[in-house]
Design a protein around this ligand. Structure first.
Ligand SMILES: O=P(O)(O)O[C@H]1O[C@H](CO)[C@@H](O)[C@H]1O
Ligand SMILES: Nc1nc2[nH]cnc2c(=O)[nH]1
Length: 317
């Protein structure tokens, strides 16, 4: 994170705390709501305090510009646990520096968060996945990160974590077990998956060639968020559960040739009997998110009920 933002965290944290009742001054869990998944916030305890703060009012926060990302920080209780919901997130493709995109994660760390549940809408790369499936992320491939876009680039903020944090265990296995216990209890086995999320910068969706590259690299799903937030969270010692809602299939078979139609040459063998693939758009992404909204709310509530004990206290605040 660049030095530019360094002194501002405490100002943001103090400002947020000034808006909260004592029971929400420290939050333990944070949920980041992906595209069309802002309904997750409706799973909070209805009989407890709730504070809704628009991002535009929070000092040093960016604002959300993407449809399906309302742009509110909500502090409330879920299963009696003080929890922060990011109802809407920031994406690099909106023009925000990655440091600004992940700024809220560090603010959440300072507010006391030890566990992050990060959700997203993603395209399915794995042949077996269908829209509506829910995938626990077990690993990620940050294509943008490998290309030099990592939120930790710049002077290291020692108060959060080390210069060279490990990412080989980024997605906590106990939290994934909790995810699958919740899935089982709710009878959602037929739509539950576990796989690798690929992070691309966006905002254009993948070409077919790019999608094939990601499939060959072992990717099961692809999206334009999450990995930077997870890198910032893991750097700060926060344990992470990542959940992708598969909203569409990503077209990845070779683009059909047209030359044979004009030249009378044979159809390339790889293109014979190719089923047509649907082009993706953001409206479809939001439709599928809306279709699964209630089930995901139930799943998140159940996960909260089954959560393992918190990890040992960190020394960042
Ligand atoms: O990852 P979230 O924020 O859920 O949104 C996903 O949906 C949008 C594209 O339809 C992209 O922003 C992609 O990352
Ligand atoms: N990059 C990318 N992001 C998505 N978010 C939802 N669907 C998709 C997709 O197909 N590709």
């Amino acid at each position: 994170m660049s030095r530019h933002y360094a002194p501002k965290y405490d100002e943001t944290v103090a400002w947020i705390r000034s808006k909260c009742p004592p029971s929400l001054q420290h939050v333990h869990i944070a949920v980041i709501c992906g595209s069309g998944l802002s309904g997750l916030v409706d799973s909070v305890d209805k009989d407890r305090e709730k504070v809704v703060i628009p991002y535009k009012d929070i000092p040093h926060f960016a604002t959300s510009t993407v449809q399906g990302h309302p742009g509110n920080l909500v502090l409330a209780h879920l299963n009696s646990i003080p929890t922060a919901f990011m109802v809407g997130r920031f994406h690099f493709y909106e023009g925000h520096d990655l440091a600004l995109t992940t700024y809220p994660v560090r603010v959440l760390a300072l507010l006391g968060v030890h566990t992050l549940i990060v959700t997203n809408a993603a395209g399915g790369l794995n042949e077996a996945y269908v829209p509506g499936d829910v995938m626990a992320i077990k690993d990620h491939i940050s294509v943008a990160g490998l290309g030099g876009r990592n939120p930790l680039i710049g002077a290291n903020e020692e108060r959060f974590g080390p210069r060279f944090p490990a990412m080989s265990d980024a997605y906590d296995p106990d939290l994934r077990r909790t995810f699958f216990r919740a899935v089982k209890e709710l009878g959602m086995q037929s739509i539950a998956r576990e796989g690798t999320y690929c992070y691309v910068a966006g905002p254009s969706y993948e070409t077919r060639g790019e999608a094939r590259l990601l499939v060959q690299a072992g990717g099961d799903a692809v999206g334009m968020s999450t990995a930077p937030e997870v890198v910032a969270a893991r750097h700060a010692g926060i344990r992470v559960l990542g959940i992708s809602l598969i909203t569409n299939r990503v077209p990845y078979r070779p683009v059909p040739s047209v030359s044979h139609e004009i030249l009378g040459t044979p159809v390339p063998p790889a293109e014979k009997n190719q089923a047509p693939e649907q082009v993706v758009n953001h409206e479809e992404v939001l439709e599928v998110s809306a279709m699964r909204a209630k089930e995901l709310q139930g799943l998140v509530r159940k996960i909260f009920e089954l959560l393992p004990p918190p990890p040992p206290t960190r020394s960042t605040h």
